[in-house]
Design a protein around this ligand. Structure first.
Ligand code: ASP
Length: 439
């Protein structure tokens, strides 16, 4: 029998109505055997996620304030869901008493945050009639705080074999000393991926409130079309540049095991969503490009020096300064006697003067300058390898929109073309490129 691991985000489990929807999705396919829930999310735009309420409780206790009003909101949210679903009202009573006590005894920030998923997992398991597996017993971190992939996979796959159908809460696991540790925000996506690998699943379905990835940010390009299929590598490029539906780290466990991810919409279960796959031989795209993503707020440091090309070690010495300051760079376009370093303005900010002075001391340039206000746009597509003239089309579209290109970067892997334009040209350039490739 097929195995599917299904992860539901916070908005998919925000209230009883959504729980019913989720249960009907799970029951519609026998293969949906392992379920990874987030904590209840927002029911309406001004609402607060349970995870955020828990962080608030933690902070209040730490400051010596009375957390009762906030904790009671959390209790009310779970009890509201339980009651409306017609479950036994007492299922969380002891758990909530315990969690409250632990919070009051300052059991840690991660412990506090993780209880949203933990409690939601218990409710969902009861509602579905599935087993409940506490993630603390099957998801492990190393002493240095990094995720312990192999130990987790060994234990988790063995435990799953004993539970044909189970709910495993997302977002957290345990440290070698038994304390609770969470992934970064949005980390239930990672748990889903880890469970899919351990279950040797055929598919990892990630259910959220949008029908997959769009070809561009709809706030910038109105009516952007959905992406049907995308490779893990393309997704890395697009999410790095700001397309955020899935946690960045959620790709790794399933990619390792060659399991596809399907992004689906809980509110529109009929939509096919986006498939994220390793190879695309089976899935041909109708477009040359898969998506466009971009961000504002970059700076360029331009360094000039005659005969730079003959000075061995020049680039290394410049980059050494960045390394010493703990600043990472995005791109390094270079000419014969010039080298530019593109980096986020925010990352540069506090190091600006010190870093420029250090570069001057190290490489003694003829000139060095910094320009802010650069936006980067990544045009991403596996189809670009085969298609001739893609770059020409990108540049013509941008030129026809009267946008000046300040930087170009295309790696030889031909998966993307990166452009730098002025911040104030960003929206215009994005729309022009989109219109050129997607009619
Ligand atoms: N509940 C956590 C958060 O709000 C984790 C998640 O939803 O994935 O970040």
């Amino acid at each position: 029998m097929q195995v599917k691991v299904v992860k539901f985000g916070g908005s998919s489990l925000a209230d009883a109505e959504h729980f019913r929807q989720v249960a009907s999705i799970i029951r519609a396919d026998e293969a949906r055997r392992y379920v990874v829930p987030s904590a209840p999310g927002k029911r309406f735009p001004e609402d607060t996620k349970v995870t955020d309420l828990l962080y608030t409780c933690y902070e209040m206790v730490r400051r010596g304030e009375d957390m009762t009003p906030v904790f009671e909101q959390i209790r009310a949210r779970y009890n509201g869901i339980i009651e409306e679903l017609g479950l036994d009202c007492s299922i969380l009573e002891d758990e909530l008493t315990f969690v409250r006590g632990a919070l009051l005894h300052n059991s840690g920030r991660d412990y506090a945050a993780s209880r949203g998923e933990y409690l939601n997992g218990i409710v969902l398991a009861k509602y579905l009639g599935f087993d409940f597996i506490d993630a603390a017993n099957v998801i492990f971190f190393c002493d240095d705080g990094s995720f312990d992939a192999e130990h987790t996979n060994a234990i988790l796959s063995e435990v799953l074999q004993r539970h044909p159908r189970a709910v495993i809460p997302g977002f957290y696991g345990s440290m070698p000393n038994g304390t609770i540790k969470t992934f970064s925000r949005g980390g239930s996506d990672i748990t889903g991926s880890i469970v899919a690998r351990a279950a040797q699943a055929d598919l990892y379905e990630n259910w959220t409130d949008v029908s997959g990835f769009l070809m561009a940010d709809p706030r910038v390009v109105k009516g952007a079309q959905p992406i049907e299929t995308i490779t893990y590598r393309e997704l890395r490029e697009l999410s790095y540049m700001g397309a955020g539906v899935l946690h960045e780290d959620a790709i790794f466990p399933v990619r390792f095991a060659g399991i596809p991810i399907n992004i689906r919409n809980t509110n529109q279960p009929g939509d096919e969503g986006t498939m994220i796959v390793a190879q695309t031989d089976k899935y041909d795209s109708e477009h040359v490009i898969t998506g466009i993503a971009g961000k504002k707020g970059f700076s360029v440091i331009t360094i000039e020096k005659d005969m730079m090309n003959a000075e061995i070690g020049f680039g290394r010495r410049v980059l050494e300064v960045l390394e010493e300051e703990g600043v990472s760079f995005e791109h390094l376009p270079s000419g014969i006697d010039t080298m530019s370093v593109v980096l986020s303005t925010q990352a540069l900010e506090e190091h600006r003067d010190h870093m420029l002075n250090r570069i001057c001391t190290k490489v003694n340039p003829d000139s060095i300058s910094v320009e802010d206000g650069l936006a980067l746009i990544a045009v991403v597509g596996r189809g670009m390898v085969k298609a001739k003239g893609t770059a020409a089309r990108v540049f013509r579209a941008v030129a026809d929109a009267s946008v000046n290109i300040r930087m170009i970067d295309q790696g030889s892997c031909e998966l993307n073309i990166i452009l730098g334009v002025d911040d104030h040209d960003f929206e215009r350039a994005m729309n022009a490129i989109y219109a050129e490739f997607v009619k």
